[in-house]
Each structure stands twice: as structure tokens, then as C-alpha cells.
Design a protein around this ligand. Structure first.
Ligand code: NAD
Ligand code: UDP
Length: 332
């Protein structure tokens, strides 16, 4: 199939483009490079020995999106493009609602106009709010604590309503847990600007001695050791999950958790990183981070039963691959 991948130069999109190309699909990327670098497109081509069509456009731009649909045969869309920083979304809610929700509407509109009936959407475990773990697709989404989360819930709702009104339209809402790590080559991975917000990129920068020590946000949660528990999933497992979801897409709306089903505490992740890479990670315990929940991990039985997909790579592989990318790419 010819797949339009919005945000395909970003962290999850670039790894998914590799999996798509390796599975025999063709890829057209639409990305405005707001949070990514053009050289990643060349790396995708290099790693797959394949070609990729790249459009540097904003996917909220109706005309630019229409031009892509007019000039290409498109069989499906995977919509990654969006802003994703939770804290920033609290400060700049309008930017988040506009970019994340309008882009979904513009793309869905083009799909209906050009009869493109496959749509895969990047959603997030954040839509479960403070439900009880493990989070299951049968649970009702709860209000999230920030505008970013609301953009995901709204986009899910919009796509669901469109699918109800257009029976041929097939939608897969993929709720990601915590993607970490990098492609095994170490050539592409996650490169946040400035000081990382997320745990794994922070840990790799402490390991590199770019940052002095990790600050662990709270050790008084009701978890195994008091630190926050998350479901970390290797980025290549997540990428492969997209290909499987796309290949199995049937009419209607399908929701899948993409996680490992296993909760890991912050201290457990730090320990795994130290063992995997033989590096000490200095840390201190500080106050809880506002808005954090104690535990977040997936019930992964639906994706296993319906798609035959499970995450294969373990925490040690995640830590090794994250570190390989850090030392290979960020040389200083
Ligand atoms: P990313 O920032 O690395 O990639 C997003 C890409 O979209 C970037 O290349 C950016 O330049 C592009 N982009 C943003 N707005 C655009 C626009 N209007 N037009 C064109 N391109 C635009 O982020 P990521 O981690 O790869 O996340 C991809 C998607 O997955 C996002 O929708 C994000 O909300 C969602 N998600 C991410 C996580 C995570 O932990 N990384 C978890 C759950 C959901
Ligand atoms: N965390 C931490 N220090 C950091 C970054 C994160 O202790 O510098 C903790 C955070 O409180 C949470 C876990 O690590 O329990 C995962 O946080 P991340 O921001 O990576 O993901 P999210 O909170 O979005 O699940």
C-alpha cells in the first residue's frame, strides 16, 4: 500500500516508516520539520535502501494536504504529526488544540474527499486518565489533566464520529504507552531539544554526563518502591505495531493499546540501564511532578488476540538501544 505518514520525520514516525518500508509498503511523508530534522529522511532511505517521497508541509494547511492527495495514489494515512509536550500544552493550549485537532480534521476531510478509507491515529494512554491499572480498551476515557491529553481524546472522538457516518471509513486508534529506545543501528532515535522532559532521554544524558544527576519525581507513590510505574515499550515494537494494525484494518473503529503490559518503576528502569550499559546513574529523590499518576500500564490482550501482535523487546534492549543512539549521534 501507499501510506501517507504525517509527522514521519519525528521519533515514532521515522521508526514506523522503516517498518512500513521493510514490510513492502511505500511511504509518503508530510512533516513541517517543527520538531525534527530533514537528515532523518535520508537516514530512513539509507537504512531501508528504499525511496521515500517527502513533503515539507504543515498538515493543518488544507490546500497543501489536498495537493498531496491530488498528486498521489494514497491507500491509507498514519497520522503522527502533532505537538506532544504536556507542560507546554498547559501554557499554550490554543496552539495544541489547533495543531493537534485541526490537523486530524484536515486529514480526515481529505480522506473522505479522495476515498481513502484507512486511517491510523497516534493516541495515548493519557486518555485513560486516572482509571485503575491495567488500562483496558473497554474502559471509558476519563478527563485528562492537560490540554495535550484532551487533544487526543477529541481527535479520537472526531474520528469515531466520522467512521459512524461513513461506514467504509476504517480507523485504528492506537494508544501508546511509553515508547523508548532507538533503532538498532543507533542512527535514528529520540533527540529532544533542550533538557528532556521524559525519563529515558534524561537518563541517557546523565549517563553521558551532560546532566549531573537524575531527579526522581517522588518515592511515596503506592507502587513497588514508591516511584512512578510506567509501561515502557521499545520504539521498534511500537513501529511494528502500526504495520500490523494497518494491515489488519477493517471497517469501523478499532482501539488498541500498544504497550508491553508490564509496569516498571523509575528505580527499576535506572537499575536496568546501569546493568545493560555498565554505567552508574546518580540520582536524587525530589517532589512529585504535578499531574503525574502513580501507575500506568496496559492490558495488551486485545492487540494480541485480534492482531496477533505483542511487544518482543525487553527493558535491557530498550536501555542498550537508547544508549547506543546517544553515544553515536550526540557526540558531545
Ligand atoms: P515528534 O515530535 O518526534 O514527531 C512529531 C512530528 O510531527 C515532528 O516531526 C514534527 O515536526 C511534526 N509535526 C508537528 N506538527 C505538525 C504539523 N502541523 N504539520 C506537519 N508536521 C508536524 O513526536 P513523537 O514522539 O514521534 O510522537 C508522534 C505522535 O505520537 C504525536 O501525535 C504524539 O502526540 C503521539 N504520542 C507520542 C508519545 C511519546 O511518548 N512519544 C506517546 C503517546 C502518543
Ligand atoms: N520521571 C522522573 N524524572 C524525570 C522524568 C520522569 O522521575 O526526569 C518519572 C515520572 O515521574 C514518571 C516516569 O518517570 O513516573 C515516566 O515519566 P515520562 O515523563 O517519561 O513519561 P509520562 O509521565 O508521560 O508517562
Amino acid at each position: 500500500m501507499n501510506i501517507l505518514v504525517t509527522g514521519g520525520v519525528g521519533y515514532i514516525g521515522s521508526h514506523t516508516c522503516i517498518s512500513l518500508l521493510e514490510s513492502g509498503h511505500s511511504v509518503i511523508i508530510a512533516d513541517n520539520l517543527y520538531n525534527s530534522k530533514r537528515e532523518t529522511v535520508e537516514k530512513i532511505k539509507y537504512l531501508t535502501n528504499d525511496n521515500v517521497d517527502f513533503y515539507e508541509i504543515d498538515v493543518t494547511d488544507t490546500q497543501a494536504v489536498d495537493d498531496i492527495f491530488k498528486n498521489n495514489i494514497i491507500d491509507g494515512v498514519i497520522h503522527f504529526a502533532g505537538f506532544k509536550a504536556v507542560g507546554e500544552s498547559v501554557k499554550l493550549p490554543l496552539n495544541y488544540y489547533y495543531n493537534n485537532v485541526v490537523s486530524t480534521m484536515v486529514l480526515a476531510d481529505a480522506c473522505l474527499k479522495y476515498n481513502v478509507n484507512r486511517f491510523v491515529f497516534s493516541s495515548s494512554a493519557t486518555v485513560y486518565g486516572n482509571n485503575t491499572v491495567p488500562f483496558s480498551e473497554t474502559m471509558d476515557p476519563l478527563p485528562t489533566t492537560n490540554p495535550y491529553g484532551e487533544t487526543k481524546s477529541m481527535s479520537e472522538r472526531i474520528l469515531t464520529d466520522i467512521a459512524r457516518a461513513n461506514p467504509a471509513f476504517s480507523v485504528s486508534l492506537l494508544r501508546y504507552f511509553n515508547p523508548v529506545g532507538a533503532h538498532e543501528s543507533g542512527l535514528i532515535g529520540e533527540s529532544p531539544n533542550g533538557i528532556p522532559n521524559n525519563l529515558m532521554p534524561y537518563v541517557t544524558q546523565v549517563a553521558k554526563r551532560k546532566l549531573e544527576k537524575l531527579r526522581i519525581f517522588g518515592n511515596d507513590y503506592p507502587t513497588v518502591d514508591g516511584t512512578g510505574v510506567r509501561d515502557y515499550i521499545h520504539i521498534m515494537d511500537l513501529a511494528e505495531g502500526h504495520v500490523v494494525a494497518l494491515n489488519n484494518l477493517t471497517e469501523g473503529v478499532h482501539i488498541y493499546n500498544l504497550g508491553t503490559g508490564k509496569g516498571t518503576s523509575v528505580l527499576e528502569l535506572v537499575k536496568a540501564f546501569e546493568v545493560a550499559n555498565d554505567i552508574t546513574i546518580p540520582y536524587e529523590i525530589v517532589d512529585r511532578r504535578p499531574g503525574d499518576i502513580a501507575s500506568c500500564y496496559a492490558d495488551v490482550s486485545k492487540a494480541k488476540q485480534e492482531l496477533g501482535w505483542i511487544a518482543k523487546r525487553d527493558l535491557i534492549a530498550m536501555c542498550k538501544d537508547a544508549w547506543r543512539f546517544e553515544i553515536k549521534i550526540n557526540k558531545n
